[in-house]
Design a binder for this molecule. Sequence first.
Ligand code: MN
Length: 285
Amino acid sequence: MKLCFFDDQRLGVVIDGTVRDVTGVLDRLPAYRPPLPRFDPVVAALPELRDALLEAARAAPGRPVADVRFHSPVANPGKVVAAPVNYQAHLDEVAADPATFSRAHAVRIQESGLFLKATSSVVGTSAGVTLRFPDRRSDHEIELVAVIGKPGSNIAEADALDHVAGYTLGLDMTLRGKEERSFRKSIDSYTVLGPWLVTADEFGDPADVALSVRVNGQLRQEARTKDLVLSVRSLIAFASSFYTLHPGDILMTGTPEGVGPVAPGDVLTAFVERVGTAEVAIRSA
Ligand code: MN
């Protein structure tokens, strides 16, 4: 199943290139009082909502995906966990260009650990990216994104994929410079997710998935997840060895070689196999 939020924050299921409005199913969610849960309510309830979502989708009229605006498919992620240099060829390009990439980042991921991005940086693919400092370099980073579905701490690699609700496409946009990585990557709109969440049962094994990004039609990054240094399984085990993962938590798995600058007016064509393609506009503030 492909799940999305679209237009005026309607909940949708995507079937055969059309979006079916299933917002009414949200009435089945419990009402929450503060303190609010650390998980995303929709992702947490997906197993129970699944049949109702499919039933509502079958009955709803479809609108072409080209006619709607997609928001982040996870409305309220508790945290955005991200993998630094997690493809060997990207580590090589980082190490070779200290003028662009901070020296501190030419480190093996097993030593550096993971980092966090502010959840306020998350947008859907239709929102596009707004460059807050257009005179400085901002780069595209195409990534496969796993969305946690089942809570866990100290998760074993063998069990890790049981904790995934689904997968989506992500752009981990990055301002270059000397500030802390989490600061530079947490600018509003610098975490692009979407256009929809593909549930894990439909997506299958994330071990060898193609991903790419073009800028104004020109190919910039192209790789397969089999070349990840730490696999999706390993990343989940690693992350959960430091903190509990909750439903709706976002795991950005790292970007391959070929990162490069974007400018206002550019259009990114981002692709993740089994998710699809999204056009993402770059603009200035
Ligand atoms: Mn990244």
